[in-house]
Design a protein around this ligand. Structure first.
Ligand code: GBE
Length: 511
């Protein structure tokens, strides 16, 4: 048995109600590492499961809820979704919150990451009208969680913008930051007594790049322009909400605000200098775009983005850079606006330089200038973008540690899509191998990770892929009016991990 002593600074983070639920502490004074039995130390590490409002709730127009951009999108263009489905009912969690909490009880998880639907709480988008039924729904969910001693990690925005705000330009309109602050204040006022751990946004890379720069809702399809505007306003909004929370709600420093950013590991396609540089450029464009303004000591966009986008904009004869500029005050406001980093990690890509060809039509891909591939030997999932590459998880966490001075990290998503079926040995192996990689990152490398959230509790509406991709520990029968949930093999495996804090002997779970 070998032992590693890791010294880290002290700060405390809670998921759930202080005093009752799991207490997460930044750093352990001494961490012992025993390769024979991989445990996540002393129960100060928490295991959870995640979902998002649009993907599970249904009740799309129930009791005062208004239309979101995903309602509009799936209703007007069903053909743009792979199986022409929508989430009008989804897993019907609007009616089945209690049942969902019971599933979590059987898993023995310490917290639930869910998101709040903005148009369910504020049907006009603005805070001049609060929908009481929306408040009731989340109050009941929170009560149910509390009664079962499950903490809440709440995402304010998991992509379902009120359509009324999209009609004003959505995230490309700078005023949206102010309206988001109004919305966040309502959430803090209404739920802040019970929710102490918040995420402002889920994956701005995805909803800005794919939603405003591409064909996901709202379908901006203006890459290299709208995606940069969206990101700019989202970063401003995040900084403003963080400061507002600290000033107005968190006098006793009991609450924590972070953001969930997604990062596939970017591995150089070869050891060549060119490939290494391309991989780092990709990391900065994909992750640094949002992380550098918030988590770096300098703040602002990553220098490589500024240089490349300014230069390419000039070549395309734009009067100004397509990458907007922050004011000095905004840079300061956004820099350091976090208590922890939420990391969504699933997979890895290989990176080499792109062709260098720049078309006249702006695009984020040209601006980044790299080519992403995969190793065909990496095991496939049921999603084209997701290959199983557990070592990429450890590399991602180490890169974050080294680039941003070892921030406190909660893994807010990790998981895999597979075919329908209860005997999901591949998912068991995915979770087990990724958790081993995570364990090494924490206990061998000293990465400051205090929680792991599996995506997802149950099968749900997988955005552009409809119901065709299944990420759940529980299988959902979409043909039954009850949307019956059934535990998969992976649910039993994950329950063992969540209840003991240790990875069971691998042989128990090899099929
Ligand atoms: C997360 O994103 C989301 O937060 C969550 O809502 C979702 O359910 C979960 O992933 C599972 O997908 O043409 O197929 O290559 C790929 C993970 C689009 C990061 C998929 C967008 C992965 C970013 C398009 N990607 N996503 S394509």
């Amino acid at each position: 048995m070998s032992r590693y002593a890791v010294l880290l600074s002290l700060a405390v983070i809670w998921i759930g109600n202080p005093g009752e639920l799991v207490r997460l502490q930044k750093g352990e004074n001494i961490i012992s590492y025993n390769p024979a039995q991989l445990c996540f130390s002393n129960r100060s590490f928490a295991f959870g499961v995640a979902t998002a409002a649009y993907q599970i709730e249904g009740g799309w127009n129930a009791s005062g809820k208004s239309e979101s951009i995903w309602d509009r999108y799936t209703h007007t263009h069903p053909e743009w979704v792979y199986d022409h489905e929508n989430a009008d009912v989804a897993t019907d969690s609007y009616h089945k919150a209690k049942e969902d909490v019971q599933l979590m009880r059987t898993l023995g998880v310490q917290f639930y990451r869910f998101s709040i639907s903005w148009p369910r709480i504020l049907p006009e988008g603005f805070n001049n009208k609060i929908n009481e039924d929306g408040v009731r729904y989340y109050n009941e969910l929170l009560d149910e969680l509390e009664g079962n001693k499950i903490g809440a990690l709440v995402t304010m925005y998991h992509w379902d913008l009120p359509q009324s705000l999209q009609d004003l330009g959505g995230w490309t309109n700078p005023i949206m930051a102010d309206y988001f602050v109004d919305y966040a204040r309502v959430l803090f006022q209404t739920f802040g007594d019970r929710v102490k751990t918040w995420l402002t946004f889920n994956e701005p890379l995805t909803f800005c790049h794919d939603g405003y720069g591409g064909g996901d809702a709202p379908g901006g399809r203006a890459s290299g322009l709208e995606d940069y505007m969206c990101a700019h306003n989202v970063l401003r909004a995040h900084g403003m909400v963080y400061r507002m929370y600290k000033e107005e709600f968190d006098k006793d420093r009991q609450g924590y605000v972070g953001i969930s950013l997604d990062m596939p590991w970017m591995e150089p396609a070869s050891p060549s200098a060119a490939d290494k540089t391309a991989a780092e450029t990709a990391r900065q464009f994909l992750f640094g775009w949002f992380a550098h303004p918030i988590f770096s000591t300098q703040g602002d966009y990553p220098p490589i983005m500024r240089q490349r986008i300014d230069a390419i904009s000039r070549r395309q004869k734009f009067a100004r850079s397509r990458l907007p500029s922050f004011t000095e005050a905004e840079i300061i406001n956004i820099r350091g606006s976090y208590d922890f980093l939420g990391l969504n990690h699933y997979t890895t890509n290989l990176v080499k330089p792109g062709t260098g060809k720049i078309s006249l039509k702006p695009s984020y891909d040209d601006d980044m200038g790299v080519k992403l591939t995969v190793n065909p030997k990496w095991p496939k999932s049921n999603s084209t973008w997701l290959r199983v590459v557990p070592w990429g998880f450890r590399k991602t966490l180490n890169w974050i540690k080294n680039t941003y001075n070892n921030p406190l990290v909660v893994v807010t998503e990790n998981g895999v899509s597979l075919e329908k079926g209860l005997d999901d040995a591949k998912r068991v192996n995915y979770i087990d191998s990724y958790l081993r990689s995570l364990h090494a990152a924490i206990y061998k490398d000293g990465c400051d990770v205090v929680g792991y959230t599996h995506w997802s509790l149950l099968d749900n509406f997988e955005w552009m892929r409809g119901f065709s991709e299944r990420f759940g520990l529980f299988e959902v029968d979409y043909r039954s009016p009850d949307r019956t949930r059934t535990a998969r093999r992976s649910a039993h495996y994950y329950a063992t991990v969540a209840k003991t804090g240790c990875l069971p002997d691998k042989h128990d779970y090899k099929y």
